[in-house]
Design a protein around this ligand. Structure first.
Ligand code: ASN
Ligand code: ZN
Length: 287
């Protein structure tokens, strides 16, 4: 049974704030509250139906989210206890509940923290970010019942304010192409190891270099075809839960586990293993 509680911070920054909608209650009429409630519900249903996972910690953890956090707050995050969503400033970003994959992204930070504790800097941090984008995107694809070919593979569609030149926050299909705007700058994501960004900014580029494993997942999923959550998603999920995945894993060690998992699930050296190997190779990671 899912147990959601949506709070409002009422434009302050005190967490969790006051309850506006508890599990089982009807729509509040506040769009951010109701998007958070529905988005957490869809994310819970996805994890349960597809991976037989019972909430964030697989033990029925309550799902708490606070909306209207801060004044014109241009972000959303997971704080190890709950999810937090800003309203955006309306100039660069709209409200952060507007995109289901962003809600799935934040909740998945909780799943990753529970299962793998991928350290939030450099390559392990980019893998942590990528897990959130992969499962965020799969949740959206699942709700829309889209195949890998039909999906747009965008993260945060609708989040960019009117007038911003761009389509979303990130693109898994074509990292680096999501936006190019005088206010926001250009989408900095690479999609190949040749363009890996060695930076101290952004915790060592966790939201930048995540383009590489994001694109590898896209490559594997489209090679396998059909619904991406069925094969590629299962391989990535089992990798996240694999005992051999270390908190300081780099892209190559993660990729090697996906290959081993694909072999366990589908038989060694079958087309699934080949798709995993080729997908990673296409981003410059050679298993
Ligand atoms: N929205 C960001 C994320 O979920 C927030 C952050 O970087 N702290 O990764
Ligand atoms: Zn994140």
């Amino acid at each position: 049974q899912k147990q959601r509680t949506i709070y409002t911070a009422n434009h302050h920054q005190d967490l969790p704030g006051t309850v506006v909608r508890a599990e089982g209650q009807g729509p509040s009429g506040d769009v951010a509250v109701d998007e958070a409630y529905d988005g957490l519900g869809a994310t819970f249903d996805f994890y349960l139906q597809i991976f037989n996972r019972n909430s964030i910690d697989d033990s029925g953890m309550k799902m708490d989210a606070t909306v209207h956090f801060g004044e014109d707050y241009n972000n959303a995050y997971w704080n190890s206890i709950q999810m937090v969503f800003g309203d955006g400033d309306g100039r660069i970003f709209n409200r952060f509940t507007i995109a289901l994959d962003v809600i799935g992204h934040e909740l998945t930070h909780g799943v990753t923290e529970d299962e793998a504790q991928l350290q939030y800097f450099n390559q392990s941090g980019a893998l942590n970010e990528s897990m959130s984008d992969v499962f965020g995107s799969l949740i959206k694809q699942f709700v829309k019942q889209q195949t890998a070919e039909a999906a747009d593979w965008l993260i945060g569609e609708g989040l960019l304010a009117p007038g911003i030149q761009g389509v979303a926050l990130r693109s898994m299909k074509d990292p680096g192409s999501a936006f190019d705007d005088p206010l926001l700058g250009k989408d900095p994501q690479p999609k190949h190891m040749d363009h890996y960004n060695n930076t101290f900014a952004d915790n060592g580029g966790v939201h930048i270099n995540s383009g590489i494993p994001n694109h590898a997942f896209y490559q594997v999923a489209t090679r396998l075809g059909g619904f991406a959550w069925e094969k590629a998603g299962r391989i990535w999920y089992d990798t996240l839960l694999d005992q051999s995945l270390q908190p300081n894993a780099d892209f190559l060690s993660f990729a090697r586990i996906t290959f081993a998992v694909a072999g366990r699930l589908h038989g060694a050296n079958g087309p699934e293993c080949q798709a995993v190997r080729d997908g990673w190779a296409s981003v410059g990671i050679n298993i």
